[in-house]
Design a protein around this ligand. Structure first.
Ligand SMILES: O=P(O)(O)OC[C@H]1O[C@H](OP(=O)(O)OP(=O)(O)O)[C@H](O)[C@@H]1O
Ligand SMILES: O=c1cc[nH]c(=O)[nH]1
Ligand SMILES: [Mg+2]
Length: 207
């Protein structure tokens, strides 16, 4: 599985702000947005473009636009913190939504929202979720996409655990990962170590 770790100094700086337990909700959301910008920028680096003639005030030249605007799919709640920034960078993208809550005992994702286009064939999909821990939530989401014909899925995560990456790889699903860090491991409660805690709670408050 293709896994790209964005090692840029500014990405490291924003991720450090998110990891820091002293960072409050507002600053956490701001850092998540800024890091999302960098992750999307890297994720689209090789995206196919269509050239079309345009006129600058000085001369005729080529303009470019994305050949295949993606579907963006934030996984609620935490992925919502990435959605607006990703949409600003790719305004021509469409957005779908998946809502999942991980059971704290079993670590299994419980679905509560699914709002996706029926046909995703020939359309790249970017799944937005800050945390890839056991990988259960991401596998669940990508299965929903593949059922609708998706063959080109990118998981955009701020932090990934080796266990989640292994699970995604072994799933055989058509996915690549763009992340700012592959952390050390999961702890006995299924949290990423060192991680940043519960991303949804840090961005929006505990539920
Ligand atoms: O890889 P996994 O083990 O499935 O864990 C990762 C999931 O856990 C978090 O969501 P959570 O269930 O806490 O929901 P929330 O965003 O509403 O807090 C996170 O945003 C992922 O969706
Ligand atoms: O460390 C973790 C693991 C799952 N979900 C989170 O928000 N954080
Ligand atoms: Mg949470």
């Amino acid at each position: 599985m293709d896994t790209r770790v964005v090692e840029h100094p500014l990405a490291k700086s924003r991720l450090s702000t998110m990891r820091d337990a002293r960072t409050g909700s507002s600053a956490f959301r701001a850092a998540l947005q800024e890091l999302t910008l960098m992750l999307i920028y890297e994720a689209t680096r090789e995206a196919e473009v269509i050239a079309e003639p345009i006129h600058s005030p000085v001369a005729r030249t080529n303009g470019y636009r994305l050949a295949h605007p993606p579907l963006l799919v934030p996984v609620l709640r935490a992925g919502l913190g990435m959605a607006d920034q990703a949409h600003k960078l790719i305004p021509e993208a469409q957005m779908g939504f998946v809502g999942l809550a991980r059971d704290e005992e079993t670590l299994q994702p419980t679905p509560y929202l699914e709002s996706l286009p029926a046909d995703l064939s020939d359309r790249p999909v970017y799944v937005l979720d800050p945390m890839l821990a056991t990988g259960g939530s991401m596998v669940h989401t990508i299965r929903l996409l593949v059922e609708r014909g998706a063959t080109d899925v990118t998981a955009i995560c701020t932090v990934a655990a080796p266990e989640g990456l292994r699970r995604l790889d072994e799933s055989g699903l058509p996915v690549r990962v763009v992340t700012a860090s592959v952390d050390d491991r999961l702890n006995e409660s299924g949290y990423i170590v060192p991680g940043l805690g519960d991303a949804g709670d840090r961005a929006y408050g505990a539920v």
